[in-house]
Structure formats: C-alpha cells, structure tokens
Design a protein around this ligand. Structure first.
Ligand code: AMP
Length: 190
C-alpha cells in the first residue's frame, strides 16, 4: 500500500500527472476539486456551499473539507486499499495534520509528497488555456489571481512542513509532461 500526495500550485499539472500515476501504479485517485465540482454539478447542499468559495478562488473551510475527505475515503475501502493519490488535499497545515491522523486511524500512513514546481507565468498560461479548452468556471484571470494568492499564503507553508518531515520530493513541473512523469517515477523509486 502506497499513499501519495501530489502537491503544487493551481495549474501545476497535478491532475495530468495523477492520471499517469494511476495507470502506472494502480492507485486510487482522490481529487478534492473534482469531488466538489461533482457536487456543484449535481446541485447538492455541499455543492452550493463549495461554489460560494470556489467561484471566489477561496478555500473551503478546513473542518468541512476534512469531513468531506474522510467520507470519500470511507466510501470505497476496497479501492483505497492499494493506496491513494491525494490531489488537491491537503492545502493547509490543519488539513495535513488531519490527513496524517485519518491515515493512522485506518492503519496506514503517508509515504511520499511529490511537489510539482512551476514558474508563476506558466501556471497562469496553463489555467487560461484550460479555461478555454474545458470551460472550467474558476479558470478566469480574476479567480486565477485569487487562487494563486491563496496558494502562496495558505498552501505554500505546507512545502516546508513536508520538507521538514523528509517526505517532500521536488519535481521541475514545467515543460514536457513525459519528462515530468519520468522524474516523478525516479523520485518515487528512491
Ligand atoms: P482544484 O481542482 O484542486 O484546483 O480545486 C478547485 C477549488 O476547489 C479550489 O480553488 C478550492 O476552492 C476548492 N478546494 C479543492 N480542494 C480543497 C481543499 N483541500 N481545501 C479547500 N478548498 C479546496
């Protein structure tokens, strides 16, 4: 069993690289952004709450987000038993502490954090392109700016947290997706 956090700013390629990791290692993928977008599409109560934050580029409050993740983890015990790629979670220090506890309570642990590091200009270009290609509502310039600001203030401190824990593998996340994936595999083999 291997549990992995794929970490990085919005637009850093977490979803793209997660898909490759699923194919290569057969891990179960949990993207909290996708979970929330699915609730918004189904117009659930959680979806309505989530939309009020996502449309402003803000984070969903920790207590709610942690409860959502715990219920997703427990929904599919047979799928999560081989290991999970956590994509977009944790995004704050309290979420990282909650994840550690949640995994311990389920008899497992976090094995690695893969950090995709991409220059800011490339992040913005990628998200604008994704907005055009997919129509994703929060990929517009105003919301992108808020999301990057939130990332620097609330999420980036986690990088130091995981470096201190010795779990963080920095990956140059700019440019060619094949090369990025090869670098991730090399880092994980260590
Ligand atoms: P993502 O698809 O990971 O870029 O997430 C899209 C949006 O969903 C974010 O901008 C947040 O508003 C919300 N979101 C996703 N994951 C989290 C999380 N772990 N904590 C708080 N908000 C989240």
């Amino acid at each position: 069993m291997f549990n992995l956090v794929i970490f990085g700013a919005p637009g850093s390629g977490k979803g793209t690289q997660s898909e490759r990791l699923i194919n290569e290692y057969g891990l179960h993928h949990i993207s909290t952004g996708e979970v929330l977008r699915d609730h918004i599409a189904r117009d659930t109560e959680l979806g309505r709450i989530a939309d009020s934050y996502i449309s402003k580029g803000q984070l969903i409050p920790d207590d709610l987000m942690i409860r959502v993740l715990a219920s997703v983890l427990d929904e599919n015990p047979e799928k999560t038993s081989r290991g999970v790629i956590f994509d977009g979670f944790p995004r704050t220090i309290p979420q990282a502490e909650a994840l550690k506890k949640m995994l311990e309570e389920r008899g497992t642990q976090l094995d690695a954090v893969v950090g995709l590091e991409v220059p800011e200009e490339e992040l913005v270009q990628r998200m604008i392109k994704r907005g055009h290609d997919t129509g994703r509502a929060d990929d517009n310039l105003d919301t992108i700016k808020s999301r990057l600001d939130v990332y620097h203030k609330q999420t980036q401190p986690l990088r130091d947290h995981y470096i201190k824990e010795g779990a963080y593998h920095a990956i140059d996340g700019s440019g060619d997706t094949e090369r990025i994936f090869a670098d991730i595999k090399t880092a994980l083999k260590k």
